[in-house]
Design a binder for this molecule. Structure first.
Ligand code: PAN
Ligand code: ZN
Length: 193
């Protein structure tokens, strides 16, 4: 086995900082406007601005068998109409790739779903660790007024698969919207069961 040198990661969550990192994934509204239930309203926003919705900092760890990937995600606060900003959402393409989320800052919901339509919603806030078993798609939603910042840790064997999101995909069966000032999990009006 190839010997990989141990290392430490320095992080803060207010403001978000993560060192060393190999990559930052930055998802702007323009890139993910079509994940929202009202993409036409997202396009109206895009005529004026292209806000950053999500940033993911990745630790420099090889994406190869035997390693654990360590990432820090920031979801900025905001909504498209009543639907909160969120990650794109994905499933890991291995049946041996669970994931753990550890919230550092903010408040959110973690939508999870299996290919045979079981759904579960986890709570994200400081003091909570979310366990995402293998075979559960996951999407984090920022329901608060500040950034939602969390660590994600998963085995490198499980590459992220986005194929069920968007056109032709089944999509997430639940969405999180604001109703009377509070987050509410409702059936996705666009999803095809
Ligand atoms: C997280 C996600 C991160 C962004 O680190 O990658 O939250 O999610 P999307 O890529 O779906 O927008 C994770 O679940 N990693 O596996
Ligand atoms: Zn994941």
């Amino acid at each position: 086995m190839e010997i990989f040198k141990p290392f430490d990661i320095d992080y803060t969550y207010d403001p978000a900082c993560f060192e060393p990192k190999s990559l930052i994934i930055r998802r702007t509204l323009k890139q993910i406007y079509d994940i929202f239930i009202e993409p036409d309203k997202a396009m109206t926003v895009l005529k004026k601005e292209n806000p950053v919705i999500v940033e993911v900092y990745m630790a420099p760890i090889p994406e190869s068998a035997g390693h654990l990937m360590v990432l820090m995600t920031v979801i900025y606060p905001g909504k498209i109409v009543d639907e909160y900003y969120m990650t794109k959402g994905h499933i890991h393409d291995s049946d041996a790739a669970p994931e753990v989320y550890i919230t550092l800052k903010g408040n959110g919901k973690l939508l999870m779903q299996t290919p045979d339509d079981n759904c579960f919603t986890g709570e994200m806030k400081r003091g909570k660790i979310n366990y995402i078993p293998s075979g559960w798609a996951h999407r984090a939603v920022n329901t608060g007024k500040e950034e939602l910042v969390f660590l994600g840790i998963y085995p490198a064997e499980g590459k992220r698969d986005y194929s069920f999101i968007g056109k032709g995909g089944k999509n997430f069966l639940k969405v999180v919207i604001e109703k009377n000032g509070l987050p509410e999990v409702i059936d996705n009006p666009l999803s095809m069961r």
